[in-house]
Design a protein around this ligand. Structure first.
Ligand code: ING
Length: 316
C-alpha cells in the first residue's frame, strides 16, 4: 500500500474586489480542515488566488498584470508554504504567473511536505479567444492573457510515487493524460474554473457541464490507470456562475468522492497508488498493446484533413 491521503480543496467564488490576503485566509482554513481529516496532500483550484479575470477584456498589461504573481512564494502566499510545511503536508495550487523575463502563463505548482516546489506546469490547452467577441454572452480571454505552456506535461517523483498536473481545459484533451500516462503517472491533479453556461450555446448549462467534467476526468483516469483529482473554483463570481463538482476518481475510472456544494469544501479520500498497477500491467500495459505505427496523425496533424472525394475502403 502506498497511500496518499488526499484532500481536494474546492473553493467557492472569489469576487473581483477580494484581496489575495482574504483568499489565502480561506485557503489556510481549508488546509486546517484537510489536516484535521488526516490529509498529507491538499489540492486547490486553477487560478486559486484571484477571480477568473480572463472573463474581463482589459486593454493593456498595466491593468491585467495586477492579476499575476511575479514570484512564488511571495508575500501573500508565504503563509500557505509555512503552514503546509508545519503540517508536513504537500499542496498544489494554480495561479497566474508573470516570469522575470515578461512571459505570462496559467500555472500550477506541486509543493512537497518540506516546502520545496517539486513540480511545475503551465497550461497548454488555452480555450477561448484573444480579442473581444461581441457574439459571446460573456468573454473567455485566456488566449489574450496567457501564452501556451512551455514545460510539456512533466511527471515527477515525490511522495513515493509518480505525479503530474494539468489545468482545466487540458482535461478535455486525451493527449494530456496519455502523455503523462506514458511517463507512468499514478496521480494527476488539476484545478478548473468552468463557466456554468456555454457562452456560445446557452442551451448547454450546468447539468451538461457537470456531465462533461465527470466524463473527461473518469476517462483520463481509466485510460491511463491513474488517480485523477479535479478541483473546482465554483459559484457566482460577480454575476458569473462557475460549476462545482470537484472529483476524486480512482484508476478504474470510478468516482470515489464528489463535492456537494458550490462553496469552500474539502472532499477526502485515502488513495492507494498501488491500485494503479493492475491496469498498467494488463489492459493498459502500453508497451504490449499500443501500435504507434498507426498513430502518426496525432502528432503530424493539428486540424482535420478529410479523405478526398470518392475515397473509400471497399476496394479491399
Ligand atoms: N475553462 C473551461 C473548461 O475547459 C471551457 C472552458 C468550458 C471550454 C467548456 C470548453 C467547454 O473547463 C477553462 N478555464 O479552461
Amino acid at each position: 500500500m502506498r497511500t496518499i491521503n488526499v484532500a481536494a480543496a474546492q473553493m467557492g467564488p472569489i469576487q473581483k474586489a477580494d484581496s489575495r490576503d482574504e483568499v489565502v485566509a480561506r485557503m489556510l482554513a481549508l488546509m486546517d480542515e484537510a489536516k484535521r481529516a488526516g490529509a498529507d496532500f491538499t489540492i486547490y483550484p486553477e487560478l486559486a488566488l484571484t477571480t477568473f479575470f480572463p472573463r474581463y477584456c482589459m486593454e493593456d498589461k498595466s491593468e491585467s498584470d495586477i492579476w499575476f504573481e511575479k514570484r512564488m512564494p511571495n508575500e501573500a502566499t508565504a503563509p500557505l508554504f509555512v503552514r503546509a510545511r508545519d503540517y508536513a503536508m504537500a499542496m498544489s495550487f494554480g495561479y497566474a504567473e508573470l516570469t522575470p523575463d515578461g512571459h505570462h502563463f496559467n500555472t500550477s505548482i506541486h509543493v512537497d511536505a518540506t516546502g520545496k516546489i517539486v513540480g511545475k506546469y503551465r497550461k497548454i490547452h488555452l480555450p477561448g479567444h484573444s480579442e473581444f467577441d461581441p457574439e459571446r454572452a460573456f468573454q473567455h480571454l485566456e488566449k489574450r492573457y496567457f501564452e501556451p505552456g512551455n514545460l510539456g506535461f512533466p511527471v515527477y517523483r515525490t511522495m513515493g510515487g509518480l505525479f503530474g498536473m494539468c489545468i482545466c481545459n487540458d482535461r478535455r484533451w486525451p493527449e494530456t493524460f496519455r502523455v503523462m500516462g506514458l511517463q507512468g503517472a499514478e496521480m494527476i491533479t488539476l484545478g478548473y474554473n468552468t463557466p456554468t453556461v456555454n457562452s456560445q450555446k446557452p442551451a448547454e448549462g450546468l447539468e451538461e457541464r457537470l456531465f462533461h467534467n465527470r466524463l473527461v476526468v473518469q476517462s483520463g483516469a481509466y485510460q491511463n490507470s491513474a488517480w485523477v483529482i479535479a478541483v473546482a473554483k465554483a459559484g457566482n463570481e460577480d454575476g458569473h456562475p462557475l460549476i462545482a463538482g470537484s472529483l476524486i476518481v480512482d484508476p478504474d475510472g470510478k468516482i470515489v468522492a464528489e463535492a456537494t456544494t458550490e462553496e469552500d469544501e474539502i472532499i477526502f479520500h485515502a488513495c492507494d497508488l498501488d491500485a494503479c498497477t493492475f491496469g498498467k500491467t494488463t489492459i493498459f500495459d502500453f508497451a504490449r498493446h499500443r501500435r504507434t505505427e498507426h498513430y502518426g496523425r496525432i502528432v503530424e496533424q493539428t486540424g482535420v484533413i478529410e479523405p478526398p472525394e470518392g475515397s473509400d475502403v471497399s476496394g479491399f
